[in-house]
Design a protein. Sequence first.
Lengths: 306, 413, 293
Amino acid sequence: MPKGWRSTTLIPVITLLAFAVLPHLYNNQFLLFNMMMYMALAQGLNIIYGYTGYLPFGYVGFFGAGAYGGALAITFLHWSPYLAVLAGGGAAVLLGMILIPLFRLSGAYFSIASLAAAEALYYVVANPGLEPLTQGPYGISLPQVYDPNGAYWTMLAILLFSLIISGVIRRSRFGLALSAIRESPLSASMSGVNVVKLRSISWLLSALIAGLAGAAFGWYISVFYPETVFGLGIGVFTIVFVLFGGIGTVLGPMIGTLILYGVYNYIGISTPEYFQLAYGLLIMILVLFLPNGLVSLARKRGLNVA
Amino acid sequence: MLRKTLARMTLGTAALAFSLGAWASSPSTIKIGTLYAGSGNFAQASTRQYDGLKFWAKQINAEGGLFVKAYGKRIPVQLVAYNDQSSTTLAASLYNRLITQDQVNILVADYGSVLTSVAIPLALEHHIVLFDETGTSGKFFKPEDKNRYIVLTGLPTSSQWPKVLANFLHTVGSKRIAILYAANDWSGSQAETLKTSLKALGANVVFYESVPNSTSSYSTILHRIAASKPEVVAEFGYSNNDIAFLQNYESSGLYFPMVFVPNPALHYEVVRKAVGDQAIRHVFSYVAPPLIRYNKEVNYGPTLDAFEAAYAKSGGKNVDLSTVAGYNTGLIVQKTLATSATFTQEAMRNAVDTFSGKIFTLDGLFQVNHEGAQTGESLPVGQVLPTPHGLQLLPVFPLKSAVAKYVYPTPGK
Amino acid sequence: MSLLEYAVLAGIFYGLYFALVGVGLNLIFGVMRIINLAHGDFLILGAYGAFYVFHLFGWNPLWAIPIELVVFFGLSLPLYYLLVPRLQKSGDPEMLSFILFFGLSQVIEALAVFAFGNDQRSIPASVFGGSPVTIAGQVYPASWVVSAAVGMAGITLIYLYLYHTRIGRATRAIMTERSEAVVTGISVHRVSAVAFGIGIATAALAGIFSPFMIGAIAPSLGMGITVTSFTIIVIGSLGNPLGTVLGGLLYGEALMLMQTFLTSWAEMFPYALLILVLLVKPTGLLGKAVRSA
């Protein structure tokens, strides 16, 4: 097995073992669940941003679409929650397809347009006019399928899926082509790379992961309001974790989430009254003194980071 | 790290076995777990509610602890509280921590329906009673869910709130009513009930629209409402909605004979300071404690007067409904443990049923139905009227609880 | 038809004010390529300034204008030198600024909670005289007219600065081509620091009127205002202050017309409009030629 592929396999295996064992050592399953969720979202964002350079500020839109897609499949079609999670992924992919024209935009325009799309979707879902379908502002409640353990293992599966996709992309010709697009879309397309197709595929994969994660989250908490699953905070956190860990790698977003989300929870427990202040200061200090992410630190020491 | 965790687990298991095995050996403290929002959208009310609960815990500990009938003695209270920053995602994980790691004996929810919602499935899963302070969403208490692990300690479910208001509008003979509401659970269910009740009473709802929660500019909407020529405009929203609405109404040059908004009932002083006396004069709202002053009816805990005096003495200020609700939750917990013969969650929940309808606290009659929803108190209608102590929100309807005569139609500006 | 006329004129007032809300964010992005996620938080700080000027001293909030312009401009210069040069040494300053200013936004919000508490605050609308203003047969709150006028004045001053002063021309040079500007001997940091200061000071200026235009103020409102500001400046084109006026007006009109005719969809529509505008013109209404990617 070539060296690169070894780490591509190793990361999912270690993750699987860790999250399979941790619930037996650590009681707060919800925290572990959230950790996996942010790790999966970080990988999903990494697939579109890290490999193509397009940063969707409104990434949470896919998450919300997934949560509602899953909930509607359970409520109206009476699907099993496992199938409903897939339906959530499907809803997000559908949204992703609708948003493909946004790739005509570049840089910050793309970022803000995706944010606008997520906000617009939030207002649609929360509109009382759609109460028969989405329950509008009254929120979703799914007591009939409540099963935290089932949702936990589903989220672990989603995380593994995202890691494998991300790893495969990084090592494959597909990934090489994507990074060529990131460096220069023009020269990539001149050298025969189908820019539009590849970018769309990674966009939809990225949407799929967020949608699956959103649906599993909705299932896990089983009562939620539109602002719970479309909260901008989820998207901002994910972006911060990915950027901090280092983009374009599989390990970077994992470590970034592990550290920053871990510290976040630690501060929340240890100093609840200075929670926000301490976390904000920590983030600023990290950026100013570690501007290229954790991966840069490792690279500086000559480590090859997967 | 691993060893430490393992060690802690062994300890935890041992403690559990111990507490199960030995009835007589009581815990050294009663752990009460709760969350508060130190920042974010719900912080204003949540921090006050938490202050009320903290004050109760302090008082109880000063008396030597909480009397626990199951152990026949007083045991000190330990409040375990985390800051969820108004985030439901964070709140869910913190509730779970309170239950699984801190292993609290009593679980108390954060303020409002949104931050309470995520605790409900957790309480059900872990078989721990959730003392719900102000999560008044009707969907938490559906009979078909048969959820016994929730008790609403404060006000009734939000859909009950406007029932007296509907009767009031009928009594004063208002025929054309405009209803505007912000798209959230709490506001929407009030608007819905008001519309249904008014229609049943034969009134004409001439305007019924929702606006997004984030709406902060009402001038244009007010002109649209004016076009429907209403006698009464009822706006249901969070306090930021109400404040913007009242300010825009004041500066719009429009006139309606009656304007109703709900938030002065919850935090009258905040709303009054924000919009100014001129804008709040003659506005109608609900009235709830401390604006309704329950004193002579109270048969459990301090009267409202006594509470306010003690609270002020301890350095607390700005008593409003949230403070009372937080303190009242403490009282309900206190009564529960003083009643429950054994120290199990099931026994505690059954104990609540035994005193439901029998105790009257500074927050009013405590009465819950089988699902744990509050049915004791209805919310009278009040109006902001001039008094020797400045403008105050006073109960005006129903007449038996009125302390002032309502002014309707309100004088023009 | 009077409802339509009312909404159209209201949209203009509202839009001119929101142009002021967005313009500082646009200036900072245009010059430094910084995504200032703390923009809305600076605005809220400005709002608290006006609140205290009114409630502590009983002064008209208009007195907060000179005070806040000086204070916020003065404080943002050291902030610039503390944050920005370091940031720009990194590999991808634009994206990194996202995290850095997210952190700053959290810090400001937390400090605001400690300093001002979590209560909703506002200033009575009657401070600008009790009676509303009649324009073209329609009646508007006096505070709207004042806010719109200040908005227009603020943007005019920024326009004059950019097009009729030496340092302004240097600022525009950096906006168009940073590397060339460096070569021609422009002191990039000095020019950028001033632009940063102006950007923050205009946010605070807009904040003074937010109690009348954006409703009650609370420490947690910053992020929402930042998002709205982004919508406005992107509609009108990034890096173009005049575009921001256009963006603000479109935003105001969209909101007011929707509030009049389809109330429950009002807040959603500006976002839909943004997407529509960008699909037709990918760099905003006043953007330069389309770069195809």
